[in-house]
Design a protein around this ligand. Structure first.
Ligand code: PLP
Length: 368
């Protein structure tokens, strides 16, 4: 019989918070917030409340909050929108971006892309390439595989001094570490509700009024014309409720989750001599990324799954088949035997101890 599931993939998605479910259910009946009559105004009032709450929590103005359909969409609207708004073809990025940015940058027509270097620790190094103007510089705030927190403030300060707008993919950090959009010199920032206990299928783009993004999709002009389409006020207010709760418990959860993560890392490295820890500080509190050289990634996931432990290799998964990690490659670290555990608000000490107890045999059986 399958035992209780021990979920260690919070970076992929984290369970929805009850406050988000309740807020969505309460407002699910709302109609089109762009309509001029009473029910439209009622929907728009809820949408405005959501926008104001999110803006206040992230240090932005309400008008700077744009609801999208995903973090991926927010990244694309920003990267393409900044590029097409600029006469320059020069783009600065990194080799560790999530495909939402990486692929968007790769597909920019005629772009001349330069990558900031990445150290063995998984941290991007700001260099002099930031001192020459570009259409945009883009860097993720924290990496989804290793959890490494990037020097985005230094990158933004340097790029801004050269007159380059900066996009930050903050999908892994919003709701987990403090974000103050105005205090940082970012032009745009992407987030995703399902990473902080909001509904899936809701992204957030924070976008300053200047530089004005060139629209990528065209339609009815909603969301400042940057993301036209009817906005779901119920999902927006559910996202706001989730973010409010996440930010409210951020400090206590950071301390709790990072101490569980440290317990996991020390338990695994004590039990398994081949374990190498890829996550290096500064890093997100819930990330524990390892490599177990010689162990097969799919076999590790399947064996753990059989024991009710849900984890991932952390890298892009295509039709259920793990691909080598471009992040580990950029770091100069082999992807062989990569395994990522990401902890979150439902993780308990029992969960951690169960992994530490089960993992040695899993690694042995997955090494063939
Ligand atoms: N950027 C990063 C760093 C991510 O980790 C993810 C999702 O894993 C995304 C972007 C894409 O977000 P979404 O799943 O909402 O499209």
């Amino acid at each position: 019989m399958r035992t209780a599931v021990r979920y260690f993939d919070h970076a992929a998605t984290t369970p929805i918070r009850q406050v988000a479910v309740d807020a969505w259910a309460e407002h699910a009946h709302l109609l089109n917030p762009a309509s001029q009559y009473g029910s439209g105004r009622a929907a728009n009032a809820v949408l405005s409340e959501a926008r104001e709450t999110i803006a206040a929590l992230l240090g932005a103005d309400p008008i700077e909050v744009i609801f999208t359909g995903s973090g991926t969409e927010a990244d694309n609207l920003a990267v393409q929108g900044l590029f097409h708004a600029s006469p320059s073809h020069r783009v600065i990025s990194t080799g560790i971006e999530h495909p939402a940015v990486r692929e968007a940058v790769e597909k920019l027509p005629g772009a001349d892309v330069e990558l900031l270097p990445v150290g063995f620790s998984g941290h991007v190094e700001p260099t002099e390439i930031l001192d020459q103007p570009a259409a945009l510089a883009t860097c993720m705030w924290a990496n989804n595989e290793t959890g490494a927190i990037q020097p985005v403030e230094d990158i933004a300060a340097r790029a801004t001094a050269a007159g380059t707008p900066v996009h930050v993919d903050a999908v892994q950090v919003v709701g987990h570490i403090p974000v103050d959009f105005h205090a940082h010199q970012f032009s745009t920032l992407a987030a995703s509700a399902h990473k902080f206990g909001g509904p899936r299928g809701v992204g957030l783009l924070l976008a300053r009024r200047s530089p004005k993004l060139e629209p990528v999709i065209h339609g009815g002009g909603q969301e400042r014309g940057i993301r036209p389409g009817t906005v779901d006020a119920a999902s927006a207010i559910a996202t706001a409720a989730a973010l409010k709760e996440a930010v409210g418990e951020m400090d206590s959860e950071r301390a709790r989750v990072s101490s569980l993560r440290d317990r996991l890392v020390s338990g695994v490295t004590a039990e398994i001599s081949t374990a190498r820890v890829t996550t290096t500080e500064p890093a997100l509190p819930g990330h524990a990324h390892f490599t177990f050289p010689g162990a097969n990634g799919d076999a590790m996931i399947m064996l753990l799954d059989g024991l009710g432990i849900e984890a991932s290799t952390g890298s892009a998964c295509n039709s259920g088949v793990n691909q080598p990690s471009h992040v580990l490659e950029a770091m100069g670290v082999g992807s062989d035997g990569a395994l990522r555990f990401t902890l979150g608000r439902t993780t308990t000490q029992e969960d951690v101890d169960a992994v530490v107890a089960a993992l040695p045999e899993v690694i042995e059986r997955a090494t063939f």
